[in-house]
Design a protein around this ligand. Structure first.
Ligand SMILES: CC(C)(COP(=O)(O)OP(=O)(O)OC[C@H]1O[C@@H](n2cnc3c(N)ncnc32)[C@H](O)[C@@H]1OP(=O)(O)O)[C@@H](O)C(=O)NCCC(=O)NCCS
Length: 147
């Protein structure tokens, strides 16, 4: 897909190092234990149509990971390189991943953002996303001692 002179493509295993490098320089993206090369490769293998990158002149400048669990869609790591923001690339990636997840059968899509992520707090509502105030996120970590 051509968007304002750039290409949105399916992410490939060969892109993972460049994706991690992009995320490492973006404070709003929390790189976690789920972001090893191996786990990213597994996620991309399961969701090939919804894991997307955006290139300009061959340089990877945007990412989004979409996943469908059979009931809901989830979006992770929507990011545009700081030098390329405000040109519609974030919107293009978000629109495309939503279309792909919808095509897989996800009628509804969720995402998580840190409370202090001001870009997310403004960007998502501007794109028609509703901030949920009626739910909490609970996490369970198999590797953490439950004392
Ligand atoms: C959020 C992010 C992906 C937006 O990318 P972008 O390419 O700058 O966004 P766009 O240029 O497509 O902007 C689309 C719209 O959102 C608005 N917008 C984008 N970022 C904004 C910001 N920080 N504050 C206010 N409005 C913003 C734009 O004004 C634009 O509005 P319009 O459609 O009315 O013109 C980018 O800021 C980013 O990578 N942030 C760091 C990573 C992050 O926090 N990701 C989200 C959490 S998972």
């Amino acid at each position: 897909m051509e968007t304002a002179g750039c290409q949105i493509e399916r992410a490939q295993a060969a892109d993972i190092d460049a994706m991690l490098n992009l995320w490492r320089c973006i404070p709003g993206i929390g790189i976690s234990k789920g972001d090893t090369v191996q786990s990213l490769r597994g996620f991309m293998d399961k969701n090939p149509s919804a894991c997307l990158i955006l290139r300009i002149d061959g340089r990877l400048i945007g990412t989004v990971l979409g996943g469908f669990d059979g009931r809901r869609g989830y979006i992770y790591h929507l990011a545009v390189h700081p030098d390329y923001r405000g040109r519609g690339y974030g919107k293009a990636l978000l629109d495309r991943v939503c279309r792909e997840l919808n095509a897989l059968g996800a009628p509804k899509i969720h995402l998580f953002a840190f409370n202090d992520n001001q870009a997310a707090a403004t960007f998502y509502p501007s794109q028609g996303w509703e901030e949920r105030r009626d739910i909490r996120v609970y996490s369970w970590d198999a590797n953490r001692s439950r004392g």
